[in-house]
Design a protein around this ligand. Structure first.
Ligand code: GRF
Length: 213
């Protein structure tokens, strides 16, 4: 019997450029199937991208919930209607409760715009400039209860250039994000990379290096 295509629910909060890259890759390769896109913000631009692609969308406005726990419980109920194999955070700007993370442990994926474990949290490009690093980048990782930690699936890097600002770095890192996220999700969905007892096993091709031309 043939296995069915792995299903994915994607959570967003805003622009949705990573979502767009994930949609394109799904269309091109059929490596995974996106069954829904859920936003915690009603006006997230990514919702329109998802609708244009013919995907199911839903909004769960976190401001309408009394607590983080109540929001996460409602979110989990909505997600579970789709029974996804993978739950993918693509610019989802909410800290998730431990209960929520544990419910999807091993199949909850995030992209973070730094070379973790350096610079968790927000304003990663500014953090990188302040630290004076010469190399910066992006990480795709499985989500664990500790914020921006968890097994690393893949990373891509670039050189920090003289004169870089948080904005110029963000733009170059974002271009890498769009390459790395679909590739990492495909590797997880196909089983090329597997989570075994909280550790990742398997191999990816070499990390992407975006060097000065
Ligand atoms: C990306 O930089 C992602 O790494 C971070 O939030 C941003 C989302 O951008 N977590 P977009 O909505 O995918 O365009």
């Amino acid at each position: 019997m043939q296995n069915s295509t792995p299903s994915v629910v994607i959570l967003i909060s805003g622009r949705g450029s990573n979502l767009n890259a994930l949609i394109d890759h799904a269309k091109q390769t059929g490596a995974y199937q996106i069954c829904a896109v859920i936003s915690n913000r009603p006006n997230a631009a990514g919702l329109a991208l998802a609708k244009t692609a013919g995907l199911d969308t839903a909004v769960l406005d976190h401001t309408e919930y009394e607590s983080r726990e109540a929001f996460d419980a409602a979110l989990a109920d909505l997600i579970d209607e789709y029974q996804p194999d993978w739950l993918v955070l693509a610019g989802f700007m909410r800290v998730l409760t431990e209960g929520f993370v544990n419910r999807y442990l091993g199949r909850l994926v995030n992209i973070h715009p730094s070379l973790l474990p350096a610079f968790p949290g927000l304003k990663t490009h500014q953090q990188a400039l302040e630290a004076g690093v010469r190399v910066h980048g992006v990480t795709v990782h499985l989500v664990t209860p500790e914020l921006d930690h968890g097994p690393i699936v893949d990373q891509a890097m670039l050189l920090v250039l003289p004169g870089d600002t948080p904005e110029t770095l963000a733009a170059r890192v974002l271009a890498l994000e769009h390459q790395i996220y679909p590739r990492a999700l495909s590797a997880l969905a196909s089983g090329q990379i597997k989570s075994v007892n909280g550790r990742l096993e398997g191999t990816l091709t070499l990390p992407l290096i975006h060097a000065i031309k």
